[in-house]
Write a protein that binds this ligand. Sequence first.
Ligand SMILES: Cc1cc2nc3c(=O)[nH]c(=O)nc-3n(C[C@H](O)[C@H](O)[C@H](O)COP(=O)(O)O)c2cc1C
Length: 345
Amino acid sequence: MTIFSPSQLNNSITLANRIVMAPLTRCFADNDLVPTQLIAEYYARRAKVGLIVSEATIIDPLGQGYPNTPGIYTKKQIEGWKKVTHAVHEKGGKIFCQLWHCGRVAHSCYTQEEPVSASVTSWHGKVPRTKDLEYEMARELSTKEVKKLIKKYTKAAKNAIKAGFDGIEIHGANGYLIDQFLRQDTNKRTDKFGGSKKGRSRFALEIVKAISRAIGPDRTAIRLSPQAYVHLEYTKDDEKTYKYLLKKLNRLNIAYVHLGAFSDHYTFDYLNNGKASEYIRKYYKGNFITCGGYDVNSAKEAIDENKADLVAIGRPLIANPDYMEKIKNNQDLVEYDMSMLAKLY
Ligand SMILES: Cc1cc2nc3c(=O)[nH]c(=O)nc-3n(C[C@H](O)[C@H](O)[C@H](O)COP(=O)(O)O)c2cc1C
């Protein structure tokens, strides 16, 4: 088996190879948060990877925390995404839509309302890409609202299938809404969506189950970052919640679990003194996509040593639209640098 050999995820989906394009927010949707022709061309240029995971895509206007991030809740947005999925499929590629709600990391400068979260908490510091705005105190979602949001995630997943996506990836990583439910730092709830590892995992699991029922478990996936305290403070024993969640996910036969990490080189004392990828691989028995600082050699090694089934590549794919051709032909890659974010190419 090599990174270039096909991967049968399940009965519905076979991928041409084991390289995945990691979700990469680019902030190039139009002002109605509709993906444009330029975005379609950007993804089509990268369609030779086994699977593209789209940039995080908001499921509800209240979930927006960055400018011009695409949505998947209006007809126009669905039509916009059709251009993207069509362009990727024409090139023989496959694409999942990453479903996103920022929770307390959303901001009223985009939503005109106070942010919502598991509990009344706020993140600190300045909101990126704004002029000195501070994060705001979030309002706690009522139990009824939490249930409504599960329906909104499900509707967004159905919209994604309507738009031609091959499946969806629930964004449960990096301190956004689902992670805010998972962590003790941000979830102080006393209803059934909090209070214990079971309660804190319920929001994520109910979203996975509802979406699986709506579009099929083969087309449903989730991204998690048990190691990452991005937009969150560390709380002891969060690891127990993740262990519980991963074990529960084993029973749901979804397409894959994807590690959300910027670097998978580090080990964490709170994750059995190992790497985040090792932690997920240990407890989750289905398809696993690792991510975070991989190059061709470390990706090959991860696949050969069965540390993961697929490897996601982020920044190198921003810098090299022809990444797959280059790695097949042993050509040098262009080094990523942040200035590349200013343009889609
Ligand atoms: C510009 C940029 C945007 C990103 N946007 C997202 C996103 O929308 N959703 C997500 O889950 N991760 C996002 N990430 C994280 C990447 O998916 C990935 O985990 C990270 O870049 C590490 O992989 P790499 O070392 O191959 O780049 C983003 C990272 C970068 C650099």
